[in-house]
Design a protein around this ligand. Structure first.
Ligand code: SF4
Length: 363
């Protein structure tokens, strides 16, 4: 046991507030404390759970085939994105639009459409209620950007997730980012009941069976650090093709994590998160990310600059270039979010970063 943390009620799934089968989640605190409960993470001392299939897998196809519409056709955008990733590094941007605001979505999409290869649209602790992923994917596609949709297992059970998989295929999503998600006790809706019928690894399998290009997240610095590469291998065995690498304190930590994962047999492409900080509001928002670790001095030097916006854009470009040099890295994710009212400005900053990258490297 680390420090004076209480032992979990039971090891593994039974002691996990998210009932994870393939834990631990990325929210384990640096002390080993659970993301939500006042005890150690129940997976802290366990080896990665070997992939043994999803409880939804055995009968899911039969259920989908029982429907008159049958199994959904794989989205064409997924294959186009796979082809693009093989061709050159890609630039993905966290999508900053105001939640539930179609006009904000359209103007932010227009700001980045010519500059980034896809937008990653999920939720945030400050805005848990979003348009459903497939509906938002359709809006984003109509607005001219490739939608890479975040889907979590906190808000939907396996039945709703199967429906979402079919709808995302119909909406022609370019990618589906499968996460377990923060517990409802973290963020703006602690009144909601947490679901966690599946976890991120099981969701990856479900989405892959539906023909999606599946990405997952991994947090290299979240305990147990030594087990993170092996856990990623399990996600690959479940069907993941891309790993978004959470903020891990800088290039060296990302490079070490990628190398260790590849040594274990992980062949998926890696897309590290690059922090986008262009004002005090975006700095405050990124500080709220669970398991956040920024390069030393990164945030302070930006905020101390005479022109914070320009300093943040330049820093993101430089860090992206260094990330792209890591073997196995297939792109970068411009990561962060905007303070209320600054969504369009943030999207424009992301577009400037992407354009700046294109002037320096063939992305
Ligand atoms: S930190 Fe995450 S995986 Fe670990 S017990 Fe808590 S909720 Fe479960």
């Amino acid at each position: 046991m680390r420090g004076d943390l209480a032992a979990p009620p039971a090891p593994g799934t039974a002691g996990c507030p998210k009932h994870m089968e393939y834990g631990p989640c990325g929210g384990v605190e640096s002390t080993g404390r659970c993301e939500v409960a006042d005890h150690a993470c129940s997976f802290l001392t366990l080896a990665p759970v070997a992939w043994h299939g999803s409880p939804a897998a055995s009968t899911e196809r039969a259920r989908m085939e029982a429907d008159p519409a049958g199994v959904p056709s794989p989205p064409g955008a997924a294959q186009r994105m796979r082809d693009l990733v093989r061709e050159r590094p890609i630039v993905v941007a966290d999508f900053p639009a105001r939640a539930l605001d179609a006009a904000s979505l359209s103007e932010c999409a227009a700001a980045v459409a010519a500059s980034v290869d896809a937008v990653l649209a999920g939720d945030a602790g400050t805005a848990r209620v979003q348009f459903p992923p497939a509906y938002r994917a359709a809006l984003l596609r109509a607005a001219g950007v490739e939608p890479w949709m975040g889907v979590n297992t906190r808000d939907r059970n396996r039945v709703a997730l199967e429906a979402e998989a079919a709808a995302l295929a119909h909406a022609d999503a370019a990618g589906v980012h499968c996460i377990t998600g923060d517990h409802t006790r973290i963020g703006s809706r602690p009144d909601a009941a947490p679901v966690f019928d599946l976890d991120s690894t099981e969701l990856a399998a479900l989405m892959r069976r539906a023909g999606q290009l599946v990405s997952v997240a991994e947090a290299p610095l979240s305990p147990p650090v030594e087990a993170r590469p092996g856990r990623l291998l399990v996600k690959q065995q479940a069907g993941a093709e891309i790993c978004f690498v959470n903020h891990a304190g800088g290039v060296d930590n990302v490079a070490r994590f990628v190398a260790e994962a590849r040594t274990l047999g992980v062949t998926m492409g890696f897309i590290p998160c690059v922090p986008v900080i262009v004002d005090a509001g975006s700095a405050a928002l990124i500080r709220g990310f669970t398991s956040l670790a920024l390069p030393e001095g990164f945030l302070d030097s930006i905020l101390a600059a005479d022109d914070v916006r320009e300093a943040g854009i330049a820093a993101a470009i430089e860090l992206s270039l260094r990330m792209l040099d890591i073997p196995g890295v297939v792109g970068v994710d411009l990561s962060g979010g905007a303070a209320a009212g600054q969504e369009l400005d943030f999207a424009q900053a992301e577009a400037q970063i992407a354009q700046g990258l294109r002037e320096r490297v063939a992305v």
